[in-house]
Design a protein around this ligand. Sequence first.
Ligand code: NAD
Length: 294
Amino acid sequence: MSARIIDGKAIAAELRIKVAGEVKRLTTQHGVTPGLAVVLAGNNPASESYVGSKAKATKEAGINSFDHRLPDSVGQAELMALVKKLNADPAVHGILVQLPLPKQIDAQQVLDAIDPAKDVDGFHPVNAGRLASGLPALVPCTPLGCIMLAKAVHPSLAGMEAVVIGRSNIVGKPVTQLLLAENATVTVTHSKTRDLPAVCRRADLLVAAIGRPEMVRAGWIKPGATVIDVGINRVPGENGKSKLVGDVAFAECAEVAGAITPVPGGVGPMTIACLMVNTVRATCAISGLPAPAV
Ligand code: NAD
């Protein structure tokens, strides 16, 4: 293995310490304690696990955590009323509605109802539009984490040839916008892209957000490239247990790449740390304070 392993766990831990410092400063100097409300509807086990990790990280950072658990049978009106209440609550600076929502719910309508100033997931069309327009915005946590990991290797991404695999609203599109804002030259690829391996081989920086286990192979990687693997895929492991793998065939790609994120321990931990960052950024903006140092 020749590539540098980008340690997302360590980078996220450092970031969370910085966030905790900013939270302390806001509380002691300005009397404002950031507050994050997390709404979980239903009992999807993966969502419960994410929400549990988020609540833990929130408390560790000194951020007030407000948990709202709703039954799987929750109606649209009840969910909309909760979002409205949280929008109006001055103790709440960030609102996160955990996806997926129960099937009877129109998720877009719920996300659209969140005050864009409190939209710490960055999924509101106003924030997506502001990001695409190069205006200050709350940006989705996972893409923000990807950029931070890329910048841990290359402090400037200007002029780099970046290729993004995936064009989802959650990862592919916002990471593309963030790379453009960093002055990278960006190619966005997707399921209809012709000769994907050849396009990927052009990349100095490859971001894989596909949701297909180990699809990216060693032959797709330009020697020395930086590879950011967003994928989280559960596949059968040894002894009948399952294991997590990314969208990149890690071991073989690490032989060719210059730097690569592992799964787990790469992008995943950054997502939660960036949620804390967004909560502090939202708190400052809402309170009319200068942007924080994170
Ligand atoms: P998605 O299903 O919404 O989008 C997948 C994208 O991949 C689509 O744009 C599609 O065009 C593209 N794609 C699918 N098959 C392809 C193929 N054969 N060739 C080229 N492109 C193809 O998924 P998403 O929400 O963007 O998530 C992508 C992955 O990232 C998933 O594994 C997900 O679990 C993971 N994820 C991780 C985090 C994290 O915190 N680390 C956060 C969000 C998503």
